[in-house]
Design a protein around this ligand. Structure first.
Ligand code: SAM
Length: 321
C-alpha cells in the first residue's frame, strides 16, 4: 500500500474529466444560499508541479491538461455550451499560476478551496504518510494567505472512508462528497460501494461524486453496476460519464494506481536521466449520485469536445449513462 502518489498523474486526462465535473457540480450547488460542507475523502497532496520530477517522469499531463490548454487556444468561442465548462476549469487552474509559475496544478482540495463561499466548509482526508504531511502544510499555507477563512478548510491524516461517517449529515444538511481512491488495493472497489450504501442511509440527499478507472480488471468492470444497484435500491438519481482517450493496449502495461510508480534511488537525480513519456490510463469515469439537473446536458455537450481535443487514437470515445 501507499506506492501511489498522485504527483505522477496530476493533470492527466482523468484529472481533466474529474476536475471539470467537480467544478460544474460545486458551482451549481453554490447557487443556493445555504452553506454546504464539501468532503474530499481521498484528497492527495493538494497542489502539484507539472514540471517536477514526478510529473515529468510520467508525462501524463501531456495527454491531459497541457493538451487541452493547447487545443482550447485554437477555439474562438470558448463560452459556447460544450466549451464553457472546459474554459472554466482551465481558468480556475490558471489562477494558481502565480509569479510566472505556470506549472502549478491544483488537486481537488485546492480547486474546491477556490469555490468556497464564506459559509461553506471543506474537509479533506489523506492517509499517505508523505502526501498527508504535504496536504496539511499546503492547507496551512492557504490559511496563512487568508484566501480562506480560519477553520473553513481542515485536513486530516485519517482514513477517508471512516472520517466521512462522522461528517454526514452536516448541520446545514447540504453536502458534496468527492470519493477518489487510488484503487491501489482491490478492496477499495468494495469499500466505495459500502461507503455509498452507508452514506445514503445517513444522508440521502448529499451529492456524491465517485471517480474510478476503466480497466479490464473484474472489480473495476463491476463497480458501476454495483453503484447503480445501490442507487436504485435507495431510489436515487445517478449518472455515469466516461472518457476514453486511447486504446487499452496503448496504455501503460500496468496502471500505476496499482503501484508502478518508478522507484528512485535515494540521492539520485532523476530529472537528469528520465525522459518524459506519455503512458498511463486509457479511460476513466465519474459516477455522480443526486447530480444537479444541469449536469447531464452539460456533459452531453462537453464530452464530445473533450474526446475531440484529447484523442490519442481512433479508440477515443465517451459514454453517458
Ligand atoms: N482527489 C485528488 C485530486 O483529485 O487531486 C487525488 C487523490 S488520489 C487519486 C488518491 C489518494 O488517496 C492518494 O493520495 C492516496 O494516498 C489516498 N488514500 C488511499 N487510501 C486512502 C484512505 N483510505 N483514506 C484517505 N486517503 C487514502
Amino acid at each position: 500500500m501507499f506506492s501511489y502518489r498522485h504527483a505522477f498523474h496530476a493533470g492527466n486526462h482523468a484529472d481533466v474529466l474529474k476536475h471539470t465535473v467537480l467544478i460544474a457540480i460545486a458551482r451549481y450547488m453554490a447557487e443556493k444560499d445555504v452553506g454546504m460542507t464539501i468532503i474530499d475523502t481521498h484528497a492527495g497532496a493538494g497542489l502539484y508541479q507539472l514540471d517536477d520530477r514526478f510529473a515529468k517522469t510520467s508525462g501524463e499531463a501531456n495527454e491531459g491538461y497541457a493538451k487541452l490548454v493547447t487545443a482550447m487556444e485554437a477555439e474562438t468561442n470558448k463560452k459556447s455550451a460544450g466549451l464553457a465548462p472546459l474554459h472554466d476549469y482551465i481558468e480556475l487552474v490558471k489562477t494558481f499560476a502565480i509569479e510566472g509559475n505556470y506549472a502549478a496544478y491544483p488537486g481537488s482540495p485546492f480547486i474546491l478551496s477556490r469555490l468556497l463561499r464564506a459559509h461553506d466548509k471543506l474537509r479533506l482526508f489523506e492517509l499517505h504518510p508523505t502526501d498527508s504531511d504535504l496536504l496539511i502544510a499546503n492547507v496551512s499555507a492557504l490559511q496563512a494567505s487568508r484566501k480562506v477563512l480560519p477553520r473553513q478548510v481542515a485536513a486530516f491524516k485519517e482514513n477517508g472512508f471512516a472520517g466521512l461517517k462522522r461528517l454526514i449529515p452536516p448541520p446545514t444538511r447540504r453536502a458534496l462528497v468527492l470519493c477518489d481512491p487510488s484503487y491501489e488495493l482491490k478492496e477499495d472497489y468494495g469499500l466505495v460501494v459500502d461507503m455509498l450504501t452507508d452514506s445514503l442511509k445517513r444522508f440521502s440527499t448529499a451529492t456524491f461524486m465517485i471517480w474510478f478507472p476503466v480497466l479490464a480488471r473484474r472489480e473495476a468492470q463491476d463497480l458501476p453496476r454495483q453503484l447503480q444497484q445501490v442507487c436504485e435500491k435507495a431510489g436515487k438519481d445517478f449518472l455515469c460519464a466516461s472518457l476514453q482517450v486511447k486504446d487499452f493496449s496503448n496504455a501503460a502495461p500496468r496502471y500505476s494506481r496499482e503501484g508502478n510508480a518508478p522507484s528512485l534511488r535515494p540521492g539520485s537525480r532523476p530529472e537528469a536521466n528520465i525522459e518524459p513519456k506519455a503512458a498511463g490510463l486509457a479511460a476513466s469515469a465519474v459516477f455522480v449520485v443526486n447530480p444537479p439537473y444541469t449536469l447531464k446536458p452539460l456533459l452531453v455537450n462537453t464530452l464530445p469536445k473533450l474526446v475531440e481535443m484529447l484523442r490519442v487514437d481512433a479508440h477515443a470515445g465517451w459514454t453517458l449513462d
